[in-house]
Design a protein. Structure first.
Length: 226
């Protein structure tokens, strides 16, 4: 699996060409001189207030404000002026300003990834693989028979790694389609989605899905949000 080691702040932000992928790494535990919550909309602030822990609340605000800042740079629009609508499973879409940009955000622990392309269905998932006693039960709920059989042959660390490999791929696919992972799958459109797995940082696993032919990780623009 490809490991991304070169994350750097871009000298210039430019809109991706069709079929290309820009991937942003966001440190959710970074602290700045100014609280970025002022960039969020009222519905985002309401979501932030629902978190029970200050750490989770800070990470959510940091992820959403970073997404707004990055998209605003692409669109030459102030982050707080961006307007979103949400699909049935909560996937955000930009409605103002009008754009052909496609984007998707995923976060786990202290790390977030934002994928950006254009004119394509796009989904990304980020996870920290960790052992759980109920992995086989979850697998029976979400994976097809072939994947279940493959996982049944494994145990221990090998099972954990394989489970999250398939989980991130399925989650990225479902997010590209605007579905939840426990909703009914759509095999006709699934067949058109190309999944790429990668490691953004030690201890994490991720996958990205695009309706267009997803370029290999070596061809991605991998940028660091600062």
């Amino acid at each position: 699996m490809h490991t991304i080691e070169n994350w750097s702040a871009p000298a210039q932000i430019f809109s991706p060409e069709a079929g290309r992928l820009h991937l942003w790494r966001i440190d959710l535990d970074a602290t700045g001189e100014k609280d970025p919550a002022h960039l969020l909309s009222e519905d985002e602030l309401e979501r932030a207030r629902r978190f029970l822990s200050d750490e989770d609340r800070h990470r959510f605000v940091r992820a959403r404000s970073a997404m707004r800042t990055i998209l605003g740079q692409y669109l030459e629009t102030a982050p707080e002026e961006l307007a979103f609508v949400y699909g049935p499973q909560g996937k955000p879409f930009l409605v103002s300003p009008a754009t052909v940009l496609a984007f998707n955000l995923s976060h786990s622990g202290g790390l977030a990834l934002l994928a950006v392309s254009r004119e394509t269905a796009l989904g990304i998932d980020l996870e920290r693989p960790r052992d759980r006693p109920n992995l086989p039960a979850i697998a029976r709920r979400v994976f097809d028979a072939e994947v279940q059989q493959e996982l049944a042959r494994l145990d221990g660390a090998a099972l954990t790694q394989a489970f999250f490999f398939f989980w991130t791929g399925l989650e990225a696919r479902m997010k590209a389609l605007g579905n939840g992972i426990f909703t009914t799958r759509q095999p006709t459109r699934d067949a058109d989605l190309k999944i790429r797995h990668f490691i953004p940082e030690k201890g994490y696993m991720a996958a990205v899905a695009m309706e267009q032919n997803t370029p290999p990780p070596a061809d991605w623009e991998t940028w660091l949000f600062t």
